[in-house]
Design a protein around this ligand. Structure first.
Ligand SMILES: Cc1ncc(COP(=O)(O)O)c(C=O)c1O
Length: 406
């Protein structure tokens, strides 16, 4: 018998996507039953009830104000292809039931990995998992015992160290937030050296051209990786091609919906040997951390097809320009202290001492800034993930907030 929950009509789907085009207010905050409902209310009523909750108070990452985090707006082609994915629910663990779905990820990896000097890899749900996967390979293929990373490395490196039973040596950073080269241990023969391209707080890029003898070099390019593709900014990641592995978050500067990440290897064949498992129920080896996993390559493939390399570069360069514009306005204002010029679209500033940074932060338009702590001081941070941001309007709001506090 036909179950309509699995066979929607076009009008059902139109009904489902209509909230994307309406502005809704969240008037249903406490409307969920306390207990798991015994009987369902049906799809359409569920959509009517849920849509205001989902869309009502949600941050709009493509709005003119959005300039706070490493979370971009997503192109609509990714919404459609994500819907396609949900409807098909292919499992890349089983090639026989996902014959085409596997190709999308392979194609994306084939296009992108050479740009980083890598020869393959696979997709993950994000760089936390990509970093863990890389360090897993480093431990099991090279006998790595330690991870050496700067104090500015992302917390996922600490998580990976804990999970893999590796010792994490955190080394100092210089004033820009880059790894301090003088603090790197001389003997790295049992170490994985983790270099960050786009640190989370300041957006700094560690020197990727180190002449060193590490057993494994991993570049955490979660944020800044996509810049490699730009002729204008690609030089910032020069040296990435010497790494053994590179992590990039698709859901950051590749404008993908979560969860989308890449782990790329210089020698994929031997890396895969380390992280592959076989089991009686599998027709081919399971590579990496995930068991069942979907076709997250499809929205990225679709984006790259729709935009081409130049379309992506254009959007990346736009966000970089916006960050420089905002930084310049801040730099010219005598009432603020500005961190270094943004290298990868991350701007940090704080008001001069007579104004409280935390208090000022509350005056910023919602979604335009994040509050971070660096060297025991609060800073207001902006991240240029949104090519549609209006930094002139944002600057006016900052000036107004500064005047109201002084
Ligand atoms: C430098 C860096 N590495 C790793 C991560 C973790 O990436 P994800 O959020 O994709 O797991 C982040 C997240 O912000 C990051 O900034």
């Amino acid at each position: 018998m036909k179950d309509e929950s699995f066979t929607p009509t076009k009008s059902d789907l139109d009904f489902g996507i209509t909230p994307l085009f309406r502005s809704l207010t969240d008037n249903a905050k406490d409307s969920f039953p306390d207990k798991l409902p015994e009987f369902g209310i049906g799809e359409r009523i569920t959509i009517e009830k849920l849509a205001p909750v989902v869309f009502g108070d949600a941050a709009n990452l493509g709005s003119p104000n959005a300039f706070a985090h490493m979370d971009p707006p997503t192109p609509w082609i990714t919404w459609v292809t994500t819907l396609w994915n949900a409807s098909l629910n292919q499992n890349l663990l089983h090639p026989d039931v996902s014959p085409k779905a596997m190709l999308f990820e392979k194609q994306v990896i084939r296009w992108l990995s050479p740009l980083f000097g890598m020869n393959g890899g696979h997709m993950t749900p994000g760089s936390t998992i990509s970093n863990l996967t890389a360090l897993w390979v480093a431990r099991d293929s090279m006998g790595v015992k330690d991870i050496v990373a700067s104090k500015a490395a992302h917390l996922s490196i600490q998580k990976a160290a804990n999970l893999l039973g590796l010792n994490l040596k955190k080394i100092n950073t210089n004033a820009k937030g880059e790894m301090d080269l003088n603090s790197i241990p001389k003997d790295l023969s049992r170490s994985a050296l983790v270099l960050t391209a786009g640190t989370t707080i300041t957006g700094a890029i560690d020197n990727l051209n180190l002449e060193q003898n590490a057993a494994w070099v991993h570049v955490d390019a979660a944020w800044a990786g996509p810049l490699r593709i730009s002729n204008k900014h690609g030089h910032l990641l020069k040296g990435v091609e010497h790494a053994n592995s590179v992590a990039i978050s698709g859901h950051k500067w590749f404008f993908q919906p979560k969860e989308s990440g890449l782990i790329l290897f210089r020698d994929t064949q031997s890396a895969n040997k380390t992280i592959s498992a076989n089991s009686g129920y599998l027709s081919s080896a399971n590579v990496g951390l995930l068991g069942s996993h979907g076709a997250i390559g499809l929205p990225l493939l679709a984006t790259l097809m729709a935009w081409g390399k130049q379309g992506l570069i254009g959007r990346l360069e736009k966000t970089m320009e916006l960050s420089v514009q905002l930084w310049t306005s801040l730099q010219n204002n005598p009432n603020v202290i500005v961190f270094d010029q943004p290298v990868t679209g991350v701007i940090l500033w704080r008001p001069k001492d007579n104004i409280d940074t935390k208090e000022l932060f509350t005056k910023m338009p919602i979604g335009s800034a994040s509050l971070v702590t660096l060297n025991d001081k609060y800073w207001i941070r902006h991240v240029a993930a949104n090519p549609q941001a209006d930094v002139k309007a944002l600057w006016k709001c900052i000036e107004k907030a500064l005047i109201s506090q002084s």
